[in-house]
Design a protein around this ligand. Sequence first.
Ligand SMILES: C[S@@+](CC[C@H](N)C(=O)[O-])C[C@H]1O[C@@H](n2cnc3c(N)ncnc32)[C@H](O)[C@@H]1O
Length: 256
Amino acid sequence: MITREETWDGFWAQLLRIDMFAEQWEAYRKVADSRAEWLEKSFGLDRERPVLSLACGEGGIELALARRGYNVIGIDRSQVLVSFARDRAIEENLNATFVHADLTENSQLPGNNGTVICFDTLGLLHDDDEYRLVQRAAGALHREGILLIDNPLRDDLSTVRRWQRIREGYFLMEAWLDKASGIQIQNPIFISPEGEEVLLRDPYDRKRESHTGVHRYVYTPTELVNLLKSTGLPAREFKHQRGGFYMVAGSRRLEE
Ligand SMILES: C[S@@+](CC[C@H](N)C(=O)[O-])C[C@H]1O[C@@H](n2cnc3c(N)ncnc32)[C@H](O)[C@@H]1O
């Protein structure tokens, strides 16, 4: 069998974040709208100031917040996903801007945000990049703003082996948690209709030795709370609306 390797943005983002949801956008949108409503109610988001989303992907939550009247800025290093989110924002005439940028670079983030979110992403990058990103995220907040970061719960990450038909081919996913290191390994494989095997190779963590698949460190809630506290913000864990996930919030508002 011929094997080919593709990057996240070059191939996989389109397959896993866009094609995978084709014909399910209505359901996808309902879930995003309900999550946005939950975020608003649970964390008292500031309507007067922007929401900045770091690693926004295809913009599900971001567009849902914009539908609720927020001014949203999303940043992601996948051009495919940023273009997709931008097109949806234009179609719906929403106050949402999507920027293509690599968050491991030290470019300045737009400041004075009422809310900064970073969902389902920490653990993918190198520790140093994540530390700096969280510091920059806290620095991009208005004084009374809130930083929200969510992540999967280790105990809910079961071993996965599944396949499905997609784009006339087959998508296979193998994922498991290495309990000793707290690293989740995901090995996506696409088998094209011609029988070619496509693997993912992408330098999410620029300092980790090159490998195929995704190796993601799964923070415990205490570790993530401490990471947020390292910015000087009071922080704590909250129960998530999304099963298998927890939320950590950092804000001076939590002081009272
Ligand atoms: C698991 S997805 C999460 C997307 C979205 N936040 C969500 O909750 O659905 C991780 C996202 O991180 C983005 N990403 C990974 N490394 C990045 C980097 N260095 N700079 C910006 N975005 C990055 C990927 O393109 C991808 O969209």
